[in-house]
Design a protein around this ligand. Structure first.
Ligand code: NZQ
Ligand code: ZN
Length: 380
Protein backbone atom coordinates (compact mmCIF):
# COMPACT_ATOMS: atom_id res chain seq x y z
CA UNK A 1 0.00 0.00 0.00
CA UNK A 2 1.13 3.54 -0.76
CA UNK A 3 1.00 6.42 1.71
CA UNK A 4 -2.10 8.56 1.50
CA UNK A 5 -4.10 11.32 3.19
CA UNK A 6 -7.81 10.70 3.47
CA UNK A 7 -9.74 13.97 3.39
CA UNK A 8 -13.38 14.46 2.52
CA UNK A 9 -15.16 17.37 4.19
CA UNK A 10 -18.46 17.17 2.25
CA UNK A 11 -21.46 16.74 4.50
CA UNK A 12 -23.65 14.37 2.52
CA UNK A 13 -27.39 14.23 3.25
CA UNK A 14 -29.07 11.20 1.69
CA UNK A 15 -32.65 10.02 1.40
CA UNK A 16 -36.29 10.63 0.67
CA UNK A 17 -37.27 14.23 1.51
CA UNK A 18 -33.80 15.07 2.79
CA UNK A 19 -33.96 18.51 1.16
CA UNK A 20 -35.85 19.61 4.28
CA UNK A 21 -32.44 20.21 5.88
CA UNK A 22 -31.12 22.48 3.12
CA UNK A 23 -32.53 25.76 4.36
CA UNK A 24 -30.91 25.59 7.77
CA UNK A 25 -27.60 24.46 6.25
CA UNK A 26 -27.68 27.38 3.80
CA UNK A 27 -28.64 29.91 6.48
CA UNK A 28 -25.44 29.06 8.33
CA UNK A 29 -23.45 30.02 5.22
CA UNK A 30 -24.93 33.43 4.42
CA UNK A 31 -27.88 35.48 3.23
CA UNK A 32 -27.68 35.49 -0.56
CA UNK A 33 -27.32 32.55 -2.93
CA UNK A 34 -26.45 32.18 -6.60
CA UNK A 35 -28.78 29.40 -7.72
CA UNK A 36 -27.32 27.52 -10.70
CA UNK A 37 -29.09 24.94 -12.85
CA UNK A 38 -29.29 23.49 -16.34
CA UNK A 39 -31.87 23.53 -19.07
CA UNK A 40 -35.02 22.87 -17.10
CA UNK A 41 -35.18 19.26 -15.90
CA UNK A 42 -35.10 20.61 -12.33
CA UNK A 43 -38.49 22.21 -12.93
CA UNK A 44 -40.00 18.84 -13.77
CA UNK A 45 -38.63 16.70 -10.93
CA UNK A 46 -39.45 19.02 -8.04
CA UNK A 47 -35.86 19.79 -7.04
CA UNK A 48 -36.02 23.43 -8.13
CA UNK A 49 -39.26 24.18 -6.28
CA UNK A 50 -38.07 22.41 -3.13
CA UNK A 51 -34.69 24.18 -3.12
CA UNK A 52 -36.24 27.61 -3.68
CA UNK A 53 -38.77 26.98 -0.90
CA UNK A 54 -35.99 26.01 1.49
CA UNK A 55 -33.99 29.13 0.69
CA UNK A 56 -37.00 31.45 0.86
CA UNK A 57 -38.25 30.00 4.15
CA UNK A 58 -34.85 30.78 5.60
CA UNK A 59 -34.84 34.35 4.22
CA UNK A 60 -32.01 33.75 1.79
CA UNK A 61 -32.00 35.97 -1.28
CA UNK A 62 -31.79 34.19 -4.65
CA UNK A 63 -30.00 35.24 -7.82
CA UNK A 64 -30.45 32.75 -10.66
CA UNK A 65 -28.16 31.57 -13.40
CA UNK A 66 -29.52 28.81 -15.64
CA UNK A 67 -28.90 27.18 -18.99
CA UNK A 68 -25.75 25.20 -18.13
CA UNK A 69 -25.44 22.66 -20.94
CA UNK A 70 -24.43 18.99 -20.65
CA UNK A 71 -20.67 18.74 -21.38
CA UNK A 72 -20.49 22.25 -19.91
CA UNK A 73 -18.41 25.08 -21.32
CA UNK A 74 -16.22 27.54 -19.46
CA UNK A 75 -17.96 30.57 -21.04
CA UNK A 76 -21.11 29.91 -18.97
CA UNK A 77 -18.97 29.59 -15.87
CA UNK A 78 -17.38 33.01 -16.45
CA UNK A 79 -20.77 34.57 -17.13
CA UNK A 80 -22.24 33.12 -13.94
CA UNK A 81 -19.21 34.11 -11.88
CA UNK A 82 -19.46 37.70 -13.13
CA UNK A 83 -23.11 37.73 -12.03
CA UNK A 84 -22.19 36.31 -8.63
CA UNK A 85 -19.50 38.93 -8.10
CA UNK A 86 -21.82 41.75 -9.19
CA UNK A 87 -24.53 40.53 -6.83
CA UNK A 88 -22.14 39.94 -3.96
CA UNK A 89 -23.49 36.47 -3.23
CA UNK A 90 -22.45 34.46 -0.16
CA UNK A 91 -22.83 30.94 -1.55
CA UNK A 92 -23.53 28.96 -4.70
CA UNK A 93 -26.40 26.45 -4.73
CA UNK A 94 -26.24 24.02 -7.66
CA UNK A 95 -29.26 21.90 -8.62
CA UNK A 96 -28.70 19.26 -11.30
CA UNK A 97 -26.35 16.61 -12.59
CA UNK A 98 -22.58 16.58 -12.99
CA UNK A 99 -22.55 19.33 -15.61
CA UNK A 100 -24.29 21.81 -13.33
CA UNK A 101 -22.39 20.89 -10.17
CA UNK A 102 -19.01 20.88 -11.93
CA UNK A 103 -19.74 24.31 -13.39
CA UNK A 104 -20.85 25.54 -9.97
CA UNK A 105 -17.56 24.43 -8.42
CA UNK A 106 -15.55 26.61 -10.80
CA UNK A 107 -18.10 29.43 -10.52
CA UNK A 108 -17.66 29.37 -6.73
CA UNK A 109 -13.87 29.44 -6.97
CA UNK A 110 -13.90 32.12 -9.68
CA UNK A 111 -16.06 34.35 -7.49
CA UNK A 112 -13.81 33.93 -4.46
CA UNK A 113 -10.59 34.36 -6.43
CA UNK A 114 -11.92 36.97 -8.92
CA UNK A 115 -10.34 34.73 -11.54
CA UNK A 116 -11.23 33.43 -15.00
CA UNK A 117 -12.54 29.86 -15.03
CA UNK A 118 -9.98 28.56 -17.51
CA UNK A 119 -7.06 30.00 -15.52
CA UNK A 120 -8.27 27.88 -12.61
CA UNK A 121 -8.92 24.77 -14.72
CA UNK A 122 -5.43 24.89 -16.22
CA UNK A 123 -3.67 25.58 -12.91
CA UNK A 124 -2.50 29.04 -14.06
CA UNK A 125 -4.20 30.52 -11.02
CA UNK A 126 -4.04 28.27 -7.96
CA UNK A 127 -7.20 28.63 -5.88
CA UNK A 128 -6.74 29.22 -2.16
CA UNK A 129 -10.41 29.50 -1.37
CA UNK A 130 -13.95 29.17 -2.68
CA UNK A 131 -17.36 30.59 -1.97
CA UNK A 132 -19.24 27.75 -0.18
CA UNK A 133 -21.09 25.37 -2.48
CA UNK A 134 -24.28 23.43 -1.79
CA UNK A 135 -25.14 20.72 -4.31
CA UNK A 136 -28.57 19.18 -4.91
CA UNK A 137 -27.93 16.14 -7.08
CA UNK A 138 -30.54 15.04 -9.62
CA UNK A 139 -28.59 12.46 -11.63
CA UNK A 140 -26.54 9.53 -10.31
CA UNK A 141 -23.31 9.22 -12.28
CA UNK A 142 -20.26 11.34 -11.75
CA UNK A 143 -19.57 11.37 -8.01
CA UNK A 144 -19.06 15.14 -8.22
CA UNK A 145 -21.32 15.52 -5.15
CA UNK A 146 -18.57 14.19 -2.89
CA UNK A 147 -15.34 15.02 -4.68
CA UNK A 148 -13.32 18.14 -5.48
CA UNK A 149 -13.24 17.70 -9.28
CA UNK A 150 -14.77 19.68 -12.13
CA UNK A 151 -14.69 18.89 -15.85
CA UNK A 152 -15.21 21.66 -18.42
CA UNK A 153 -14.80 22.33 -22.13
CA UNK A 154 -13.12 25.24 -23.82
CA UNK A 155 -13.77 25.72 -27.52
CA UNK A 156 -10.89 28.16 -27.88
CA UNK A 157 -8.32 25.56 -26.87
CA UNK A 158 -10.13 22.48 -28.27
CA UNK A 159 -10.20 20.84 -24.84
CA UNK A 160 -12.35 19.03 -22.34
CA UNK A 161 -10.33 18.65 -19.14
CA UNK A 162 -10.73 17.94 -15.45
CA UNK A 163 -9.34 19.88 -12.52
CA UNK A 164 -9.23 18.89 -8.87
CA UNK A 165 -8.52 21.01 -5.82
CA UNK A 166 -9.50 20.48 -2.17
CA UNK A 167 -11.29 23.86 -1.97
CA UNK A 168 -13.81 22.49 -4.46
CA UNK A 169 -15.53 19.92 -2.25
CA UNK A 170 -19.20 20.89 -1.84
CA UNK A 171 -19.83 21.94 1.76
CA UNK A 172 -23.18 20.12 1.68
CA UNK A 173 -24.64 17.73 -0.86
CA UNK A 174 -28.29 16.70 -0.82
CA UNK A 175 -29.07 13.38 -2.48
CA UNK A 176 -32.74 12.49 -2.75
CA UNK A 177 -33.02 9.44 -5.03
CA UNK A 178 -36.61 10.51 -5.73
CA UNK A 179 -35.30 13.40 -7.85
CA UNK A 180 -33.56 10.91 -10.12
CA UNK A 181 -36.74 8.98 -10.99
CA UNK A 182 -37.31 11.34 -13.92
CA UNK A 183 -33.88 10.71 -15.48
CA UNK A 184 -34.67 9.14 -18.87
CA UNK A 185 -33.50 5.61 -19.71
CA UNK A 186 -30.52 6.71 -21.79
CA UNK A 187 -29.04 9.02 -19.14
CA UNK A 188 -29.80 6.45 -16.43
CA UNK A 189 -27.74 3.92 -18.39
CA UNK A 190 -24.91 6.40 -19.00
CA UNK A 191 -24.81 7.10 -15.27
CA UNK A 192 -24.44 3.40 -14.45
CA UNK A 193 -21.70 3.07 -17.05
CA UNK A 194 -19.94 6.10 -15.56
CA UNK A 195 -19.88 4.66 -12.05
CA UNK A 196 -18.57 1.34 -13.37
CA UNK A 197 -15.95 3.22 -15.39
CA UNK A 198 -14.80 5.16 -12.32
CA UNK A 199 -14.34 1.88 -10.49
CA UNK A 200 -12.37 0.52 -13.45
CA UNK A 201 -10.15 3.60 -13.63
CA UNK A 202 -9.20 2.91 -10.00
CA UNK A 203 -8.73 -0.82 -10.66
CA UNK A 204 -6.34 -0.19 -13.57
CA UNK A 205 -4.43 2.49 -11.65
CA UNK A 206 -1.00 2.20 -10.12
CA UNK A 207 -0.19 0.67 -6.75
CA UNK A 208 -1.25 -2.31 -4.65
CA UNK A 209 -4.31 -1.59 -2.54
CA UNK A 210 -6.25 -4.77 -1.74
CA UNK A 211 -9.02 -3.19 0.34
CA UNK A 212 -9.57 -0.53 -2.31
CA UNK A 213 -9.71 -3.37 -4.87
CA UNK A 214 -12.44 -5.01 -2.80
CA UNK A 215 -14.41 -1.75 -2.79
CA UNK A 216 -14.10 -1.62 -6.59
CA UNK A 217 -15.48 -5.14 -6.88
CA UNK A 218 -18.31 -4.40 -4.45
CA UNK A 219 -19.35 -1.24 -6.31
CA UNK A 220 -19.29 -2.90 -9.74
CA UNK A 221 -21.25 -5.85 -8.33
CA UNK A 222 -23.88 -3.43 -7.06
CA UNK A 223 -24.16 -1.96 -10.57
CA UNK A 224 -24.31 -5.41 -12.17
CA UNK A 225 -27.10 -6.45 -9.82
CA UNK A 226 -29.20 -3.29 -9.62
CA UNK A 227 -28.49 -1.70 -13.03
CA UNK A 228 -30.65 -4.09 -15.10
CA UNK A 229 -33.42 -4.03 -12.49
CA UNK A 230 -33.48 -0.25 -12.54
CA UNK A 231 -33.55 -0.13 -16.34
CA UNK A 232 -36.76 -2.17 -16.22
CA UNK A 233 -38.29 -0.01 -13.50
CA UNK A 234 -37.06 3.56 -13.72
CA UNK A 235 -39.42 4.80 -11.00
CA UNK A 236 -38.30 2.32 -8.33
CA UNK A 237 -37.00 4.35 -5.36
CA UNK A 238 -34.91 1.55 -3.87
CA UNK A 239 -33.06 0.85 -7.11
CA UNK A 240 -32.52 4.57 -7.69
CA UNK A 241 -31.14 4.88 -4.14
CA UNK A 242 -28.72 1.98 -4.52
CA UNK A 243 -27.36 3.26 -7.82
CA UNK A 244 -27.06 6.79 -6.44
CA UNK A 245 -25.01 5.70 -3.44
CA UNK A 246 -22.88 3.39 -5.59
CA UNK A 247 -22.10 6.30 -7.93
CA UNK A 248 -21.06 8.53 -5.04
CA UNK A 249 -18.69 5.89 -3.69
CA UNK A 250 -17.23 5.13 -7.09
CA UNK A 251 -15.52 8.52 -7.11
CA UNK A 252 -15.14 9.84 -3.56
CA UNK A 253 -11.71 8.23 -3.10
CA UNK A 254 -12.73 5.07 -1.20
CA UNK A 255 -11.55 3.07 -4.23
CA UNK A 256 -8.32 5.05 -4.42
CA UNK A 257 -6.73 5.01 -0.98
CA UNK A 258 -3.42 3.19 -1.02
CA UNK A 259 -2.82 3.62 -4.75
CA UNK A 260 -0.42 6.05 -6.40
CA UNK A 261 -3.02 6.99 -9.02
CA UNK A 262 -6.02 5.85 -11.00
CA UNK A 263 -5.53 5.35 -14.72
CA UNK A 264 -8.06 7.66 -16.43
CA UNK A 265 -6.99 6.72 -19.96
CA UNK A 266 -10.52 5.82 -21.05
CA UNK A 267 -11.83 9.11 -19.66
CA UNK A 268 -9.18 10.96 -21.66
CA UNK A 269 -10.32 9.15 -24.82
CA UNK A 270 -14.00 9.72 -24.03
CA UNK A 271 -13.58 13.45 -23.43
CA UNK A 272 -12.48 13.85 -27.05
CA UNK A 273 -15.75 12.34 -28.32
CA UNK A 274 -17.77 14.55 -25.97
CA UNK A 275 -15.80 17.56 -27.12
CA UNK A 276 -16.15 16.83 -30.84
CA UNK A 277 -19.71 15.46 -31.02
CA UNK A 278 -21.30 16.37 -27.69
CA UNK A 279 -21.61 12.64 -26.96
CA UNK A 280 -22.86 12.15 -23.37
CA UNK A 281 -20.02 11.26 -21.01
CA UNK A 282 -21.20 7.76 -20.02
CA UNK A 283 -21.79 6.81 -23.65
CA UNK A 284 -18.18 7.66 -24.51
CA UNK A 285 -17.02 5.29 -21.75
CA UNK A 286 -19.11 2.29 -22.84
CA UNK A 287 -17.74 2.84 -26.35
CA UNK A 288 -14.09 3.07 -25.34
CA UNK A 289 -13.72 0.71 -22.36
CA UNK A 290 -14.04 -2.61 -24.24
CA UNK A 291 -11.64 -1.47 -26.97
CA UNK A 292 -9.16 -0.04 -24.46
CA UNK A 293 -9.19 -3.33 -22.51
CA UNK A 294 -8.67 -5.34 -25.71
CA UNK A 295 -5.62 -3.22 -26.46
CA UNK A 296 -4.30 -3.69 -22.91
CA UNK A 297 -4.99 -7.43 -23.04
CA UNK A 298 -2.43 -7.83 -25.81
CA UNK A 299 0.34 -6.54 -23.55
CA UNK A 300 -0.76 -7.35 -20.03
CA UNK A 301 -4.05 -9.15 -19.42
CA UNK A 302 -3.41 -9.96 -15.73
CA UNK A 303 -5.57 -7.26 -14.11
CA UNK A 304 -8.40 -7.87 -16.57
CA UNK A 305 -8.35 -11.60 -15.83
CA UNK A 306 -8.25 -11.01 -12.06
CA UNK A 307 -11.25 -8.68 -12.21
CA UNK A 308 -13.17 -11.04 -14.48
CA UNK A 309 -12.64 -13.91 -12.07
CA UNK A 310 -14.01 -11.82 -9.18
CA UNK A 311 -17.00 -10.39 -11.04
CA UNK A 312 -18.07 -12.89 -13.67
CA UNK A 313 -16.17 -16.06 -12.79
CA UNK A 314 -14.52 -15.84 -16.21
CA UNK A 315 -11.02 -17.11 -16.90
CA UNK A 316 -9.77 -15.16 -19.92
CA UNK A 317 -9.39 -11.46 -20.66
CA UNK A 318 -11.65 -11.69 -23.71
CA UNK A 319 -14.44 -13.35 -21.72
CA UNK A 320 -14.20 -10.54 -19.14
CA UNK A 321 -14.23 -7.81 -21.77
CA UNK A 322 -17.23 -9.42 -23.49
CA UNK A 323 -19.04 -9.59 -20.15
CA UNK A 324 -18.59 -5.82 -19.67
CA UNK A 325 -19.59 -5.19 -23.26
CA UNK A 326 -22.76 -7.27 -22.84
CA UNK A 327 -23.58 -5.44 -19.62
CA UNK A 328 -23.24 -2.01 -21.26
CA UNK A 329 -25.34 -3.26 -24.19
CA UNK A 330 -27.99 -4.66 -21.85
CA UNK A 331 -28.26 -1.25 -20.19
CA UNK A 332 -28.76 0.36 -23.60
CA UNK A 333 -25.50 2.28 -23.72
CA UNK A 334 -23.54 2.24 -27.02
CA UNK A 335 -20.51 -0.04 -27.38
CA UNK A 336 -19.59 1.11 -30.87
CA UNK A 337 -19.17 4.69 -32.08
CA UNK A 338 -21.74 4.13 -34.84
CA UNK A 339 -24.40 3.50 -32.18
CA UNK A 340 -23.76 7.08 -31.02
CA UNK A 341 -24.00 8.39 -34.58
CA UNK A 342 -20.24 8.63 -35.13
CA UNK A 343 -19.19 7.05 -38.43
CA UNK A 344 -15.90 5.77 -39.86
CA UNK A 345 -15.35 9.02 -41.75
CA UNK A 346 -14.53 10.66 -38.41
CA UNK A 347 -11.41 8.57 -37.83
CA UNK A 348 -8.92 11.24 -38.82
CA UNK A 349 -10.69 13.99 -36.90
CA UNK A 350 -10.80 11.89 -33.71
CA UNK A 351 -7.22 10.67 -33.99
CA UNK A 352 -5.76 14.07 -34.71
CA UNK A 353 -7.34 15.56 -31.57
CA UNK A 354 -6.39 12.54 -29.45
CA UNK A 355 -2.80 12.79 -30.64
CA UNK A 356 -2.72 16.59 -30.31
CA UNK A 357 -3.58 16.28 -26.61
CA UNK A 358 -1.57 13.08 -26.23
CA UNK A 359 -4.64 11.42 -24.68
CA UNK A 360 -3.40 8.72 -22.32
CA UNK A 361 -3.76 7.14 -18.94
CA UNK A 362 -1.63 8.17 -15.97
CA UNK A 363 -0.55 4.58 -15.37
CA UNK A 364 -1.05 2.74 -18.66
CA UNK A 365 0.50 5.05 -21.23
CA UNK A 366 -1.04 5.16 -24.68
CA UNK A 367 1.04 5.97 -27.76
CA UNK A 368 -0.10 6.97 -31.24
CA UNK A 369 -0.22 3.31 -32.26
CA UNK A 370 -2.47 2.33 -29.31
CA UNK A 371 -4.80 5.24 -29.99
CA UNK A 372 -5.11 4.26 -33.65
CA UNK A 373 -5.82 0.63 -32.76
CA UNK A 374 -8.45 1.61 -30.18
CA UNK A 375 -10.16 4.11 -32.47
CA UNK A 376 -10.21 1.51 -35.24
CA UNK A 377 -11.96 -0.93 -32.94
CA UNK A 378 -14.65 1.52 -31.82
CA UNK A 379 -15.33 2.65 -35.39
CA UNK A 380 -15.93 -0.92 -36.64
O1 NZQ B 1 -29.86 20.38 -18.35
P1 NZQ B 1 -30.97 19.69 -17.66
O2 NZQ B 1 -32.31 20.16 -18.09
O3 NZQ B 1 -30.80 19.71 -16.18
O4 NZQ B 1 -30.97 18.14 -18.13
C1 NZQ B 1 -29.97 17.20 -17.82
C2 NZQ B 1 -29.09 16.88 -19.01
O5 NZQ B 1 -29.79 17.02 -20.22
C3 NZQ B 1 -30.63 15.88 -17.55
N1 NZQ B 1 -31.06 15.64 -16.17
C4 NZQ B 1 -30.37 15.83 -15.01
N2 NZQ B 1 -31.10 15.44 -13.96
C5 NZQ B 1 -32.30 15.02 -14.45
C6 NZQ B 1 -32.27 15.14 -15.85
N3 NZQ B 1 -33.31 14.81 -16.63
C7 NZQ B 1 -34.42 14.35 -16.01
N4 NZQ B 1 -34.51 14.19 -14.67
C8 NZQ B 1 -33.48 14.51 -13.86
N5 NZQ B 1 -33.57 14.31 -12.55
O6 NZQ B 1 -29.63 14.90 -17.86
C9 NZQ B 1 -28.79 15.40 -18.89
C10 NZQ B 1 -27.35 15.11 -18.52
O7 NZQ B 1 -26.96 15.85 -17.41
P2 NZQ B 1 -25.42 15.98 -17.00
O8 NZQ B 1 -25.33 16.82 -15.79
O9 NZQ B 1 -24.63 16.40 -18.19
O10 NZQ B 1 -25.04 14.45 -16.70
P3 NZQ B 1 -23.98 13.85 -15.69
O11 NZQ B 1 -24.42 13.95 -14.31
O12 NZQ B 1 -23.66 12.53 -16.24
O13 NZQ B 1 -22.70 14.82 -15.83
C11 NZQ B 1 -21.82 14.69 -16.92
C12 NZQ B 1 -20.69 15.70 -16.81
O14 NZQ B 1 -19.87 15.44 -15.64
C13 NZQ B 1 -18.51 15.24 -16.03
C14 NZQ B 1 -18.65 14.71 -17.44
O15 NZQ B 1 -17.47 14.80 -18.17
C15 NZQ B 1 -19.76 15.57 -18.00
O16 NZQ B 1 -19.27 16.82 -18.40
N6 NZQ B 1 -17.80 14.39 -15.07
C16 NZQ B 1 -17.53 14.90 -13.85
C17 NZQ B 1 -16.78 14.23 -12.91
C18 NZQ B 1 -16.49 14.80 -11.58
N7 NZQ B 1 -16.83 16.05 -11.33
O17 NZQ B 1 -15.91 14.13 -10.74
C19 NZQ B 1 -16.18 12.91 -13.20
C20 NZQ B 1 -16.80 12.23 -14.38
O18 NZQ B 1 -15.88 11.29 -14.86
C21 NZQ B 1 -17.20 13.14 -15.50
O19 NZQ B 1 -16.08 13.46 -16.32
ZN1 ZN C 1 -16.70 9.60 -15.59
Amino acid sequence: MENFTAYNPTKLHFGNGIIKDLGEAAAALGKKALLVYGKGSVMRNGSYADTVAQLKNNHIGIIEYNGIKPNPVVDSVDEAAALGIRENIDMVVAVGGGSVIDSAKIIAVSIAEKAKGWDIMTGKQKPATSVPLIAVLTLAATGTEMNPTAVLQNHETDQKIGFRNPVMFPVHSFLDPGYTKSVPANHTAYGIVDLVAHSLEAWFGQGDAPLSDSFVIAIINEALEVGPLLMKNLENYEYRARIMWAATNALNDVTMHGRISGDWGVHALGHILSYLYDTPHGATLSIFYPAWMRQLAQKNPDRIIKLGKALFDTTTAEETISAFENFFRELGSPVKASEAGIGKEKEEEILSLLNKHNASGVHIRLNDYDRKAIVNMVLQ
